[in-house]
Design a protein around this ligand. Structure first.
Ligand code: UDP
Ligand code: MG
Length: 341
């Protein structure tokens, strides 16, 4: 029996979940029929510490959808950590992370599964058209990928998000990468394996609103660069070397010049430019070093990437058609909790 895990991180998405299930089911069922008669799905939602009724919606839906399972995190850990939690918990032979807002069209899942069955181990979904994203988002994403791929030790394909298919072997490798500063897109490309690509058109968000402000996108971008390359650290030895060479040449010139024409006092402007310019460069290089050192500190602390508060639902996934004792106990835990108003 082969299982297809659909992993959906959700943060304050109470209205989006049913919409997502309704839209995804036909596509997932079609994909299952390609896999075989005994194939089944696991819809694994990761409730990333939602403050709205997302948790209640998932609990209720899981009663009517035996293939729905949800992992609730103890607080909001951010999408990258939530996705890592989903990948860690998924039981499928193939795992597909997808956004709940239907910006990743579920129909693409059918093509992904087709390529997987044909032998691909990682199937990337590439956004062929991003006209539904804002001008700024497209422009900044283009700039980011251009920079990252110039610096990075291993290129990350442009316009491929987290939406992709990973087979069990790839998932097991990703699970072993315990990085704290999580940049899933980078990890997914870094692992290699037989890769195929499908193109799709990025849709508009269906309900709710985007949770990625400018600040979060900026930290994700810095995480992406520091996780992919140490070039920004190494570059300073070359910059320093170049400046030192120029300085020595200029010093030689000054000595000769002073011997020939005597001391010439004015020079305030050139002095200030040199002091301020070099001071700025020093601080910049120190700041970049700080970005790396901060991440080293975070890695050294070895805190878990996320904390699981509950794992429930999915009565028929994991091999049991009837609830196991363990699952019943988990359900008990849930019914004992008052539903938040
Ligand atoms: N998400 C999450 N935790 C967060 C922020 C977002 O699990 O802290 C989920 C969100 O519910 C959605 C997915 O990540 O399913 C993508 O988020 P969003 O649509 O806000 O991102 P965008 O499409 O704007 O990049
Ligand atoms: Mg979105």
């Amino acid at each position: 029996m082969r299982t297809l895990s659909i992993v959906i991180p959700v943060f304050n998405e109470q209205d989006g979940i049913s919409l997502f299930l309704d839209a995804a089911r036909p596509a997932v069922d079609e994909a299952l029929s390609l896999i075989g008669a005994d194939a089944r799905a696991e819809y694994l939602f990761v409730d990333d510490g939602s403050a709205d009724r997302t948790g209640d919606v998932l609990e209720i839906l899981s009663r009517f959808n035996p293939d729905l399972r949800y992992v609730r995190l103890s607080r909001n850990f951010g999408k990258e950590a939530a996705l890592a939690a989903g990948i860690d918990h998924a039981v499928g032979d193939a795992v597909i992370p997808i956004d709940v807002d239907l910006q990743d069209p579920p129909e693409v899942i059918v093509d992904m599964v087709r390529l997987w069955l044909a032998g691909a181990q990682v199937v990337n979904a590439r956004r062929a058209d991003r006209s539904s994203d804002s001008w700024f988002k497209r422009w900044s994403a283009r700039g980011f990928y251009a920079l990252l791929n110039r610096l990075s030790d291993y290129p990350i394909p442009e316009n491929v998000g987290d939406f992709r298919l990973l087979d069990r072997q790839a998932v097991d490798v990703v699970k072993q990468l315990g990085e704290q500063a999580r940049f899933n897109k980078g990890l997914f490309s870094w692992i290699g394996f037989r890769v195929a690509t499908v193109d799709y058109v990025r849709a508009r968000r269906e309900t709710g609103r985007s949770k990625w402000g400018l600040g979060k996108l900026w930290s994700l971008a810095v995480d992406g660069i520091t996780a992919s390359t140490t070039m920004p650290l190494r570059i300073w030895s070359y910059v320093g070397g170049a400046i030192a060479l120029i300085a020595f040449a200029y010093a030689g010139f000054l000595v000769v010049h002073t011997l020939a024409t005597g001391v010439d006092v004015p020079g305030y402007a050139s002095m200030m430019v040199a002091v301020l310019g070099l001071g700025g460069l020093n601080l910049l290089s120190l700041g970049i070093m700080g970005e790396y050192v901060g991440r080293i500190a975070r890695e050294v602390r070895q805190r878990p990437l996320y904390i699981v508060a509950a794992d429930a639902g999915a009565r028929n996934v994991g091999g049991a058609a009837t609830p196991t004792l363990d699952q019943l106990e988990r359900d008990e835990e849930w019914t004992a909790q008052p539903i938040r108003a």
